[in-house]
Design a protein around this ligand. Structure first.
Ligand SMILES: [Cu+2]
Length: 506
């Protein structure tokens, strides 16, 4: 009987999915095909714009052998997106979007032809003018309220497209941003099989590349929302004491009043997909991104931890130590890489054990202990619980400490844009390093895995390139643009409205 209960539970250990708006219909779901026609580019544009005078892309079969996934598991994240779609658009280099009707990240030149390579800076928050903050606030507020270009199935995966279709909801763009992270990060495994640890974005080789695409996706949605293709997300360099606390004001990213976030942006700021999972059994329930979690946005529960002189903030030296690691990632390709010298990824993600912190714990020296207070992780912890040794109860914890739900706090964006800048530095300093190839890399994190759950499709290898391939770069602050390029470029534009405009022509 017990076996039966477990078996049934395993069958319903499911996750739902995201469906691009043009494919959110019974016919496409039945055909398992998402190759829309960008008919706004002309009549008879053809699927993926394939019949336009200059073909923009084509509808291609996804090359994942069906033997590589077990459809009875019903976890659509495995070998994404084959359980929902067997065909999607593959766009030519300069085009992008679900239907190839948009420009690619690199050629986003505000024309329909997408002929010019563009490059615009992501600014540090310290370089943002009050007008930049106004633009940024307006953008966030706008996407917090406007409908996303995707639907979310709130039913578990079903072979019956009608069931999936009937369960579709359309969240706002920002709430979908939160949902995407919850969807990939939630551990849905109730079989307790360690091989099935199911976080497709963290504690693995794909952590930096997953989050790179996540921010690019958001950046593009904002660009469309505010009709400004030059918009780039700002980054928050927390190694600089001058930047640490300076964003916590009402007109920037909010003040903390007894742990609650207050400020211009945060009036009626609902959170989603955030709940206390302590003591609850798996699977973590499917999140409906159109339903508020009922929790108010919380951050810095003990304000003292967020003070700029708290020694737990990562320092410039910490970042440089990580950058000195020349191996991108190593066995076992998770949080337990035994030496900090073996994995830039694990060091930057924050699971690296400093031998000085180990005390007398013998497991510590081989990494088998949860010391998570480094770089990326330490910022989540500082803003979420303050001190991991004695965390406050859930009702006081900040959302940044909850891995799955952390993007509810907009500071997530600027924090991860900074992490992305560190990745960027590493990529420039280690040119031509291939993305690691090893069968031990967890499913969903391998180089040729499609990054879950994005459509159009990108692999981790696709994202493992310097940011000029995606139309942005990290401005180094006031010296910008003088120190920008380590390669040939002609700068033909100058600072524009909100974020500065550099046209980059190769
Ligand atoms: Cu994350």
């Amino acid at each position: 009987m017990l076996f039966l209960v477990f078996y049934l539970a395993a069958v319903v250990a499911v996750v739902n999915a995201i469906i691009p708006l043009p494919c959110a219909n019974v016919e496409d779901l039945r055909a398992r095909e998402c190759c829309p026609t960008p008919d706004y580019l002309g009549q008879n544009a053809g699927p993926c714009g394939s019949k336009l005078p200059e073909s923009r892309g084509s509808c291609k079969a996804i090359e994942i052998p069906e033997s590589e996934y077990n459809s009875s598991e019903k976890d659509v994240r495995k070998k994404w997106p084959i359980q929902y779609f067997k065909f999607t658009c593959v766009c030519n280099e300069t085009f992008g979007g679900v239907d190839c009707g948009e420009c690619s990240y690199a050629y986003n030149d505000n024309t329909t032809e997408c002929t010019t390579k563009t490059l615009f800076p992501r600014l540090p928050v310290s370089e943002m003018s009050s007008n930049d903050w106004r633009v940024y606030h307006n953008a966030l507020r706008s996407i917090k309220g406007s409908p996303a270009r995707y639907m979310v199935a709130t039913s578990p995966f079903s072979d019956d497209p009608q069931v999936v279709n009937d369960s579709l909801v359309q969240p706002t763009t920002y709430d979908l941003f939160v949902w995407l992270h919850h969807f990939v990060a939630k551990d849905n495994d109730i079989t307790l099989n360690t091989d099935d640890f199911t976080d497709y974005a963290h504690e693995g080789t794909g952590f930096p590349t997953w989050h790179r695409l996540f921010l690019l996706w958001l950046e593009r949605e904002i660009q469309i929302e505010i009709s400004d293709h030059t918009f780039r997300l700002p980054y928050w360099d927390w190694t600089q004491p001058s930047q640490r606390e300076s964003i916590f004001t009402r007109d920037k990213l909010g003040e903390h009043l007894n742990g609650e976030v207050v400020g211009d942006l945060f009036t009626n700021w609902e959170t989603h997909c955030w709940e206390d999972i302590t003591g609850k059994s798996y699977p973590i329930p499917i999140c409906d991104p159109t339903v508020s979690s009922g929790e108010t946005l919380r951050r810095c529960p003990c304000d003292t931890f967020c003070k700029k002189d708290n020694p737990n903030w990562p320092s410039e030296a910490d970042v440089n130590d990580a950058l000195a690691v020349k191996t991108y990632d190593d066995k076992p390709y998770d949080r337990y890489v035994p030496s900090r010298d073996n994995s830039f990824r694990n060091f930057m993600e924050g699971f690296v054990v400093n031998p000085d912190d180990c005390g007398s714990d013998p497991l510590c020296s081989i990494g088998k202990v949860n010391i998570t207070r480094k770089l990326h992780n330490s910022v989540h912890i500082l803003l979420g619980v303050g001190d991991v040794k004695d965390p406050p109860p859930f009702e006081y914890q900040g959302v940044m400490a909850c891995v799955a739900a952390s993007p509810n706090d907009p500071v997530f964006i600027n924090h991860h844009a900074n992490i992305d800048c560190i990745l960027e530095k590493w990529l420039w300093e280690n040119p031509n390093t291939p993305y690691p190839q090893c069968y031990k890399i967890r499913q969903g994190h391998r180089g040729n895995d499609y990054i879950v759950p994005f459509i159009p499709l990108y692999t981790h290898e696709d994202m493992f390139k310097t940011a000029d391939n995606f139309g942005y770069e990290c401005s180094t602050g006031s010296s910008y643009p003088l120190q920008l390029h380590a390669y040939n470029s002609i700068i033909i534009g100058m600072t524009a409205a909100s974020v500065g405009l550099i046209m980059h022509v190769l």
